[in-house]
Design a protein around this ligand. Structure first.
Ligand code: C6P
Length: 416
């Protein structure tokens, strides 16, 4: 074999090896090998993450930032080390800009409460898109209701792409914030976030990006994106549940009041008054999810060891193959056909309710998500109550697509 061929082979994505890192695939579901196509809801964990959490729980656990004893010091070092790992992953300038949260939802609520509410008044506007997950709608509705502000929603087209000109037209001197998904969870659409940030910043408007569905498919560079806030969840990038991250530009975080009070977010407390801790701890009241942060750092390390770009290229190949295969099936309609998509494939089949589809597929060992995907305005746009959604992760391969297609044929037999 030539050196070039050898190099080509080395570069080839070894999905079998990646899959072997995930012990969940050793089990069967309904007597079948597991075909897991629901990573957009929550991804599976590699052994490296399970081991990191286990090591912490077995050898290191104590509360952080509170003890002079050895265990507390070691737990603190591991927790703050995890923060530094996240900083590097996002290419943030400082760990002061990395706040651990319970997930994307809590990160967005933090910004809605501590950034938006104090700045909003009657007549002010927040601009969203039609593609948002409920987590990037409801906190803004609550903030608007409390302050007299209004939400403006940028429309999408039949492919599930943002109508950029109409989005731009919504940016006015009344706009206080743009909050948009980086990738749509319901359709997979990759939003033109660089253009969105540029258009908003040209008018002095800060931008929050919901990166829950973007980070698993290639990471995110907050300096390159230029956004002011970026949110993501650990469990969608092969880490634990109950841990997530808010990146915030330091200057903005400094100006923001804390949104929850309690231990660890203070420097001193008396009944006369309280002084708040420095960043990032000002926003982390109470004992944090220490093992979750450590597991998240291990997940990032794992993703980096495969290479986010390699994962992305592999998933794109799966998406293209699955889309072509599914489009051959009678009555199947792909919902969301944007030019640029992450590895999310939403579809309907004439005459079969998505929930029935999900149940039949489950009998075949194929896990997909069905329903409105916590994105009811997207469903509403397409005149649907629900879709079936297959989403791909680093451990999927062409066999999973074969099994999905075979299970869909089975559904046709049952309902045909
Ligand atoms: N979407 C899905 O199946 P949490 O629950 O806080 O980890 O993430 C919320 C969230 C926010 N934004 C986007 C774009 C999301 O996709 C999600 C979670 C899952 O699509 C569960 S509803």
């Amino acid at each position: 074999m030539t050196a070039t061929a050898l190099a080509g082979r080395a570069r080839r994505y070894d999905s079998a090896r990646v899959r072997a890192d995930f012990p969940i695939f050793e089990r069967q579901v309904n007597g079948r090998p597991l075909t897991y196509l629901d990573s957009a809801a929550s991804a599976q964990r590699p052994r490296a993450v399970i081991a990191a959490v286990d090591h912490y729980e077995t050898h290191l656990h104590a509360n952080v930032h509170r003890g002079v004893h050895a265990l507390s010091q070691e737990a603190t070092a591991a927790y703050e080390g995890a923060r530094e790992r996240v900083r590097r992953f996002l290419n943030a300038r400082s760990t002061k800009e990395i706040i651990f949260t319970r997930g994307t939802t809590e990160a967005i609520n933090l910004v809605a409460n501590a950034f938006a509410r104090p700045r909003l008044g009657s007549g002010d506007e927040i601009v969203l898109t039609r593609l948002e997950h409920h987590a990037n709608i409801v906190p803004w509705q609550m903030a608007a209701a409390a302050t007299g502000a209004t939400l403006r929603v940028a429309p999408i087209d039949e492919r599930g792409e943002l109508r950029f000109d109409e989005f731009s037209a919504l940016l006015t001197p009344r706009t206080r914030l743009v909050a948009t998904a980086h990738v749509s969870n319901a359709l997979g659409t990759v939003l033109p976030v660089a253009r969105i940030v540029a258009a908003a910043h040209a008018r002095g408007i800060p931008v929050l990006l919901d990166g829950a569905q973007a980070v698993p498919h290639g990471g995110a560079d907050v300096q390159a994106l230029g956004c002011d806030f970026y949110a993501f969840s650990g469990h969608k990038i092969y880490g634990p549940t109950g841990i997530g991250v808010l990146y915030g530009r330091e200057a903005l975080l400094r100006e923001m009041p804390p949104w929850q009070g309690g231990g660890d977010m203070i420097l001193s407390v008396s009944f006369e008054g309280t002084t708040y801790n420095d960043l990032p701890w000002k926003f982390e009241a109470g004992t944090p999810n220490i093992s979750g942060a450590i597991g998240l750092a291990a997940a990032i390390e794992y993703l980096d060891s495969i290479g986010p770009a390699a994962v992305r290229a592999h998933e794109q190949q799966l998406l293209a193959t699955a889309t072509a295969a599914l489009q051959q099936l009678p009555g199947l309609r792909v919902i969301g056909t944007a030019a640029e998509k992450a590895a999310v494939l939403s579809f309907t089949i004439d005459g079969i309710h998505p929930h029935d589809l999900g149940t039949i597929l489950d009998h075949e060992g194929v896990a997909i998500r069905t329903g409105h995907h916590c994105a009811m305005p997207v469903m509403d746009f397409f005149g649907l109550a629900a879709t079936a959604r297959a989403s791909f992760g680093c451990y999927n391969d062409l066999t999973d697509i074969d099994r999905l297609v075979a299970a869909l044929h089975k559904a046709h037999e049952v309902f045909g």
